[in-house]
Design a protein around this ligand. Structure first.
Ligand code: ADP
Ligand code: MG
Length: 628
């Protein structure tokens, strides 16, 4: 019988499949099973209206059989089947299969093999593993059965055959093994079981296989030396009903937790489980989890964000990045929508309108859940924030602060007055009368910041200060700039926007001017300015930064890029009431050299307190010793 040729575009895809170097060859099974499931759907629908068929939903199934001797894999379904025209049109022409869309992509990028595989590529994907495909099929309402046979690019034949019962069996003769590729793996029971679990677990019909097992022989059960025997048992490989399709009230939290652990290989218990079901312009179900601890690789580039995307129970992609924004990348979960075709390439997926709408809804949903957790379940929110707060802060800083409005109310900072994490809105709500700024201070730990002389005055006057102890904190506030129209202001800033209440007499002012000039002249270019402090209470000196660059930025940039020369302008503040300062003032008249040494020592101390390196440590110790 003469071979028929595949239509030209089919041929190209076929070539690609046959010569595929794609590593996910395994997805061929998903494709064949999905087709079987579609075919059963169709007959199942007819069964609803046609009593003559004598079948009910429970009679339908898909059956997998592997034969190692002939190296064949057979997938049988009792779905609608195909007649001669169907075989011609559906298997002979790619234009009728969903693989068609995929083809267009190929015109532009024939070398990009990677677009195969993750997405539905249809029936032809079987040629990635098979050297010959036989399709025996009989269509509902037909008397004749047909056999479609093809060994790939050289075409196909269709012949009449005898076949009992409606439905289709697809027999794949696997390619010969090569040095790189072992096709025999697709005959292994364990491999087939796990492939079904991985890709087709939620197919609505049972996927059956006769599974070989071993058991103790009945008659040797009680003896000391029990003997074993092999037997086979027909098993359903898939679990059929996805947990996200079950009504929330019927699922126990333990079941969700277990699903989360198994599906995402996570050891923790999710801090929040979100179940949503949306019907409307787009229809989808989503089951989302907020983990309670960050995976070990979370803050590295190895971590892959994304949600699993299903189309009617069939896995399309394991990590659909488009579904969650970067700043919520910690969210794990699945989305199942019937609005997507299984045959969609990654490039098309990115621009899919349905998918974008789903992504927007999901983002809103996550934000709402977090907001309500913050409001109603503070303890857990703090736990969440300890694990992922940094990601939210990165989110504020990223993309030039584009998402700051979205995220600012989810942030928390340690408060000097509350001694715990507080939100920005809590801070602003209890601001003192006339307070115009939100104060913050940066340091390694809360205790270190407590000890900063710069924060002393603010604290003694009862101002609340937010403590930035994580590297992202200060940048986050700087990116925000304002919150509810209040400007953020560093406690080390030279101008805190607070009027000093004690007025000085003209004489006192003159005195202090002389001292300030003396110190500035002594220190020279090391400092931009020497001023009388309004902040200091018990400490003699402190450093504050003038201009746009803070000390924390200076430290940060010098750490990530040594020699960057980034330097904050130093302002030395003197506490005129402190004995050390008073002593220095007196020495100007009696022993100028000693007064100069005092100035140097005080400046060095200010550097130390600010956490900045001394320009010359040994010079400093010599200096101190000379005074002792
Ligand atoms: P798609 O499933 O997106 O249509 P495929 O390439 O997977 O694309 O399949 C092509 C067509 O072949 C299907 O649309 C269907 O009409 C037919 N087909 C494939 N497998 C079966 C089957 N087991 N039973 C009935 N029809 C089938
Ligand atoms: Mg298909």
């Amino acid at each position: 019988m003469a071979k028929k040729q595949f239509k030209s575009e089919s041929k190209r895809l076929l070539d690609l499949m046959i010569n595929s170097i794609y590593t996910h060859k395994e997805i061929f099974l998903r494709e064949i099973i999905s087709n079987a499931s579609d075919a059963i759907d169709k007959l199942c629908f007819i069964a609803l209206t046609d009593d003559k068929l004598g079948m009910t939903r429970s009679d339908f199934n898909i059956f997998i059989e592997a034969d190692k001797d002939s190296r064949t894999l057979k997938i049988t379904d009792n779905g609608i089947g195909m007649d001669k025209d169907d075989l011609e049109n559906n298997l002979g022409t790619i234009a009728n299969s969903g693989s068609f869309k995929f083809k267009n992509e190929l015109e532009e990028k024939p070398d990009d093999i990677d677009i195969i595989g993750q997405f539905g590529v249809g029936f032809y994907s079987a040629f990635m593993v098979a050297k010959e495909i036989v399709v025996n099929t009989k269509k509902y309402g037909c008397d004749t059965a047909y056999c479609w046979q093809s060994s790939g690019a050289d075409g196909y034949t269709i012949t009449e055959i005898e076949k009992d019962g409606i439905g289709t069996e697809i027999i794949l003769t696997l390619k010969d093994n090569t040095d790189d590729e072992n096709y025999d793996e697709f005959l292994e029971q364990y491999r087939l079981q796990s492939l079904v679990k991985k890709y087709s677990d939620y197919i609505r019909y049972p996927i059956l296989m006769d599974v070989k097992k071993s058991r103790v022989k009945e008659e040797t059960k009680d003896s000391d030396k029990p003997e074993y025997e092999d037997y086979t048992e027909r098993e359903t490989l898939n679990s059929m009903i996805p947990i996200w399709q079950r009504p929330k009230k019927d699922v126990k939290q333990e079941e969700y937790d277990r699903f989360y652990n198994e599906k995402f290989m996570a050891a923790d218990k999710p801090i929040k489980t979100i179940v949503t079901s949306v019907e409307g312009v787009v229809t989808y179900k989503a089951l989302l989890f907020i983990p309670s601890t960050a995976p070990y690789d979370f803050y590295s580039k190895d971590y892959k964000k994304g949600l699993q995307l299903y189309s009617s129970g069939v896995l399309i992609t394991e990590n659909c990045e488009e579904l969650v924004p970067e700043y919520f990348r910690f969210v794990r979960g699945i989305v199942d929508t019937a609005d997507l075709s299984l045959n969609i390439s990654r490039e098309m997926l990115q621009h899919d309108r349905h998918l974008l709408t789903i992504a927007q809804n999901i983002e809103k949903k996550i934000k709402n859940e977090l907001t309500s957790m913050l409001k109603n379940d503070r303890e857990n929110y703090e736990k969440f924030f300890a694990a992922f707060g940094r990601q939210l802060k990165y989110g504020v800083v990223a993309d030039y602060g584009m998402h700051k409005d979205e995220l600012q109310d989810l942030l928390m900072f340690y408060s000097s007055t509350e001694k715990k994490l507080v939100t920005l809105s809590e801070y602003v709500d209890r601001m003192k009368e006339g307070q115009e700024r939100i104060y913050f201070a940066t340091g390694e730990t809360a205790a270190a910041i407590d000890a900063l002389p710069q924060t002393e005055m603010l604290r003694s006057k009862g101002y609340e200060i937010l403590y930035c102890t994580e590297d992202a904190d200060e940048f986050t506030l700087q990116t925000l700039m304002m919150y509810k129209e209040k400007r953020f202001c560093s406690a080390t800033n030279d101008d805190l926007g607070i009027e000093s209440d004690d007025e000085k007499t003209e004489d006192e002012k003159k005195d202090s001017t002389a001292l300030l000039t003396f110190v500035k002249e002594t220190l020279g270019d090391k400092v931009a300015e020497v001023v009388e402090s309004k902040k200091l209470v018990s400490h003699p000196v402190c450093l504050t930064a003038k201009g746009g660059i803070s000390f924390e930025m200076e430290k940060y940039f010098n750490a990530v890029q040594p020699g960057s020369g980034m330097k904050a302008q130093r302002v030395l503040e003197l506490n005129m009431n402190h004995t050390a300062v008073k002593n220095m003032e007196a020495l100007i008249q009696t022993d100028v050299d000693k007064a100069k040494k005092y100035a140097e020592v005080l400046y060095s101390q200010a550097l130390l307190i600010a956490g900045l390196p001394l320009e010359n440590p040994s010079e400093y110790t010599d200096l101190v010793c000379s005074l002792m």
